[in-house]
Design a protein. Structure first.
Length: 287
């Protein structure tokens, strides 16, 4: 009887867990739709902005803009790591942290001094545990990042780059390909490297105001937009990874319930058989 009672407790526990994971899967599915809408809305603007900059930048202009400056040697670099505030998303946060750790290790092997900027509680907790100094950390950016969030994150680094305090800035984020494919990626946002292409080289413009004035406004906007796009892709990737993880957990709980119910039925059958045998044996002894 004790075995059947224990199995029944486990069945109730697994049923409660499955109810939670199913609810989290539904919530993640709802958030994923809105997050992917933001990703698809951000991509065309970012692509067109990159095309405009690619058509405006030439070697002569590059020498006059700090954000296009390419140092002969990178001595100090900033790494921005984007992670989530919450777990229960499979290997999502672990993959991002592993990618950032590999980038930091490669930079330091090349003699580069690295300062780390971390977004998200999961990345902050990991690097604190590892004893890695964090130059700046924030948990205030939620699953609906805005352009202001991106500006607040990268503007201090733009100023540091212009003052030659850092020579390069990298962003480690989750690239959203689909709900099932969200690989970590590394993007160098400073110095600005305009997209290249034959179309950009073949197109000419009549500019008003001058190219210098346009680039003065567009280059910081391009950097901020690159960070914003990384933020919205990471937010969408998080919801996709969480939905997948919760669906797998729900399916596994269902399989576990099938096994437990079969075990419970066998235990009950054994118990009933034993009770019948005891009754029959007692009756025979009275005869």
């Amino acid at each position: 009887m004790a075995k059947a009672r224990e199995i029944r407790r486990r069945i109730r526990s697994v049923e409660n867990t499955r109810q939670i994971t199913r609810t989290m899967e539904m919530v993640a599915t709802s958030k994923l739709k809105r997050a992917t809408d933001r990703v698809y809305a951000a991509r065309p603007y970012a692509d067109r902005l990159g095309e405009v900059i690619a058509r405006l930048v030439d070697p002569e202009l590059s020498e006059r803009f700090a954000l296009l400056r390419r140092p002969e040697r990178i001595r100090r670099a900033a790494v921005i790591l984007l992670t989530a505030n919450r777990g229960l998303a499979g290997a999502f946060n672990g993959n991002l942290i592993r990618e950032a750790s590999g980038l930091i290790r490669r930079l330091r092997d090349d003699g580069v001094e690295v300062e780390l900027h971390v977004v998200g509680r999961k990345g902050i907790n990991y690097f604190r545990y590892q004893g890695e100094p964090i130059a700046r950390e924030t948990t205030e950016i939620g699953d609906r990042p805005t352009a202001d969030d991106a500006a607040g994150l990268v503007d201090p680094l733009i100023e540091a780059f212009e003052r030659r305090e850092v020579d390069a800035v990298y962003v480690v984020y989750a690239q959203f390909r689909s709900a099932l494919s969200t690989p970590p990626a590394v993007l160098r946002i400073l110095p600005v490297e305009p997209p290249s292409g034959d179309e950009a080289a073949a197109t000419s413009y009549i500019l008003s105001p001058s190219a210098d004035e346009i680039l003065t406004r567009l280059l910081p906007l391009y950097v901020r937009n690159s960070v914003y796009r990384a933020l919205v892709e990471t937010a969408a990737a998080e919801q996709g990874a969480r939905r997948t993880a919760m669906k797998n957990a729900t399916d596994n709980a269902g399989e576990m319930l099938d096994v437990l119910r079969r075990s419970y039925n066998r235990a009950r059958q054994a118990q009933i058989t034993q009770e019948i045998a005891e009754i029959v044996g007692g009756a025979a002894a009275l005869e």
